[in-house]
Design a protein around this ligand. Sequence first.
Ligand SMILES: CC(C)(COP(=O)(O)OP(=O)(O)OC[C@H]1O[C@@H](n2cnc3c(N)ncnc32)[C@H](O)[C@@H]1OP(=O)(O)O)[C@@H](O)C(=O)NCCC(=O)NCCS
Length: 178
Amino acid sequence: MKSKSRVNLRAFTPEDLQKVKAWNDDEELATFLGLKLPGEEVDYYKRCQRLLGKRNSRILAIEDATGYFIGEVELNQIAWRRKEAELHICIGERKYWGRGLGTEAVLAVLDMAFVDMGLKSIYLRVYRHNLRAIRCYEKCGFKKEAILRNRFRSECGQGYDVFLMKIDAWEHISLTTA
Ligand SMILES: CC(C)(COP(=O)(O)OP(=O)(O)OC[C@H]1O[C@@H](n2cnc3c(N)ncnc32)[C@H](O)[C@@H]1OP(=O)(O)O)[C@@H](O)C(=O)NCCC(=O)NCCS
């Protein structure tokens, strides 16, 4: 029997943006998300704002069991004909990291993608140095498909490798019904 999830996914609202804005200022978080790396200057706040209401994106708020807003999860680049999308997740509240909540949120969004939305494949990109995220994705059944080397280069020449990871619907379903 499946244990009760400790996270709840709900519709993301414009009020949530205030907190996202605060997370945006967290330097370490920003580097995991690729926001402050050379060549990829992204305003996370504006990005979330843009995603609201787009046909090829879904953005959801992650709450803990008490209803406290701890992060957000997105499906982007939804290709309805090819039935695939890219996943992004951010638990912005650091003290919630490493408690298994990210894994539960990813599993919940995979259920939504494969069962409710009828998608067949979900992929994501993650920095090679983001070991916590990689472990979380592997626990959810994602597999490394490719490595994109030296994706970004700072002025001092440091490059950052990115893993492309993917899971197909049948893999998720066999993992969660086993
Ligand atoms: C990535 C993220 C969603 C993961 O959620 P989480 O709730 O922290 O992760 P979980 O607790 O479910 O799983 C983390 C796993 O990584 C492991 N881990 C943590 N730090 C690690 C490290 N340095 N090396 C290897 N494994 C590590 C944990 O032990 C756990 O594995 P286990 O259950 O086998 O013990 C969350 O940490 C987050 O949002 N981080 C900041 C933003 C980010 O990195 N987003 C992803 C961008 S691609």
